[in-house]
Design a protein around this ligand. Structure first.
Ligand SMILES: *Cc1c(COP(=O)(O)O)cnc(C)c1O
Length: 451
């Protein structure tokens, strides 16, 4: 491996410059605070997106709300807005604080995208949004729809026939395909899903039951996306949802921030200079967590601190950020296998534009090993009766890691947060889970008790 060069530099030299890479190669759990983190006012200037972009996505979702409420009755309560609950988790908090000898660490909240309507994962934000945006563009172009219409009229044979002339393709480890597959099947689009060999069988079976075409590839996720991209470019009327490059996905995710703001207000939770907000987001290619972090920074600026969580065997965003190579580097270049139970995070290569756009706004990253994911999964079921998938529980150790690890404590000191922790709110973003079949969740649970 000594002779392998990554962007012209040997692995040995990369390690010399960034010693943390050595720990990543040995798949040790690490905590990294971002040396490029900046105050909001300067950091925000380095991004290509702004408030208007997020607002535009939010308005589009509102236009579609009457349609969503009509075709997905489970969204009626929220008038067709696809949003998840947020809950206090006092028993889990007590459990974690006890194990780790912590007191007065603030309040732990779990954002339950595991139980978001329609698709049971964070992908119900970005994935559904991008399909809706594409559908709106097509319908407007063909003069079937205007921005002023009541979009519930989209629930008709006329629209389903219209959309059936078009197809949508997506590369996915699973959850993105579920979201895209469900909404496409509802609207009438044909959908082709390009999946890597390690995608879970139940996800493939579910998609087939929704009449999606599932194409499997031997290689990894990046390979499946690559193949999907090729496939779509050769087909007329085929639109490719590009998880590694999509601005629409990113903005669809970013809308979560204003929703969270309202939920915190409703809970009378303050976020300001004396009441910091910490948010922990499981990260795959980065669109989901990056989009949400971006949206939160726009709202709370320097009062919110966003951390990404990755599996020890797949620290793709972290390696991209440390080296500054972003999508030009895969964890495999460093000999890391990217094999993990956290299938939603099992991508070797991060999105390029996400890392570049949020690198001055992110507070840091940490990695979690699979055994810890299993343990946390079981503990969350035992303490709160909440079933999350392995990827999603990567958010759960966030507060502990921040408060216990040396780099975390330095971050807190540097930003004068140490004496404000009692007033802090820690949001663990539980990114998925309710679609996982019961037997499989049961296996995860047992495994968590054993390890
Ligand atoms: C996709 C996914 C993520 C991460 O989102 P990215 O956009 O890939 O970074 C996290 N958790 C779950 C459960 C997911 O499905």
């Amino acid at each position: 491996m000594n002779t392998i060069r990554i962007e012209g530099t040997t692995v040995q030299d990369w390690i010399k410059t960034y010693p943390l890479i050595n720990d990543l190669i040995r798949t040790k759990e690490v905590f990294w605070s971002n040396p490029k983190y900046e105050l909001f006012q300067t950091g925000i200037e380095k991004t290509r997106f702004n408030e208007k972009d997020v607002k535009d996505a939010e308005e589009r979702l509102k236009r579609f709300a009457p349609y969503i409420a009509k075709v997905f009755p489970e969204t009626k309560k929220l008038n067709g807005i696809i949003e998840s609950p947020i809950i206090k988790i006092p028993s889990m908090q007590q459990h974690l604080e006890q194990i780790h000898g912590l007191t007065s660490s603030g309040q732990f909240l779990l954002k339950c995208d595991s139980h978001i309507p329609i698709a049971g994962s964070i992908k119900a934000r970005g994935g559904i949004y991008e399909v809706l945006k594409h559908a709106e563009n097509l319908a407007i172009q063909h003069q079937l729809l205007t921005l002023q219409d009541d979009y519930s009229m989209i629930d008709s044979e006329k629209f389903r026939n219209f959309f059936s002339q078009y197809s949508i393709a997506v590369g996915s480890t699973g959850n993105l395909a579920l979201s895209v597959g469900i909404i496409c099947s509802k609207m009438g689009f044909n959908v082709t899903v390009h999946m890597s060999a390690d995608a879970k069988k139940w996800k493939k079976d579910f998609l087939k039951s929704k009449r999606a075409t599932v194409i499997e590839y031997k290689g990894d996720y990046s390979n499946a996306v690559e193949e999907g991209r090729k496939y779509a470019s050769n087909k007329p009327n085929c639109y490719f949802i590009d998880d590694e490059n999509s601005h629409d996905l990113f903005l669809g995710y970013a809308v979560a921030a204003s929703r969270l703001q309202q939920q915190l207000k409703d809970m009378s939770i303050r976020v300001d200079g004396n009441h910091p907000l910490f948010v922990y987001l499981p990260c795959g290619v980065g669109g989901g967590p990056g989009g949400i972090a971006f949206g939160l920074k726009l709202i709370y600026q320097d009062h919110v601190h966003c951390f990404l969580a990755e599996p020890t065997h797949c620290p793709s965003m972290l390696i991209g950020l440390i080296t500054g190579l972003h999508d030009k580097v895969s964890v495999k270049d460093f000999g890391i296998d990217s094999i993990t139970v956290a299938d939603g995070l099992a991508v070797g290569k991060p999105s390029g534009f996400v890392g570049q756009n949020i690198e001055s706004l992110l507070s840091g990253c940490y990695t979690v090993n699979d055994n810890h994911l299993y343990q946390l999964l079981s503990a969350l079921i035992d303490s709160e009766n909440m079933s999350l998938e392995p990827s999603a529980v990567a958010s759960v150790p966030g507060p502990i890691r921040l408060l216990k690890e040396k780099e975390g404590q330095e971050y807190l000191r540097k930003h004068c947060l140490t004496d404000k922790l009692e007033n802090a709110t820690h949001v663990m973003w539980g990114t998925g889970g309710s679609m996982v079949p019961k037997e499989i969740m049961e296996e995860y649970y047992k495994k968590g008790l054993e390890v």
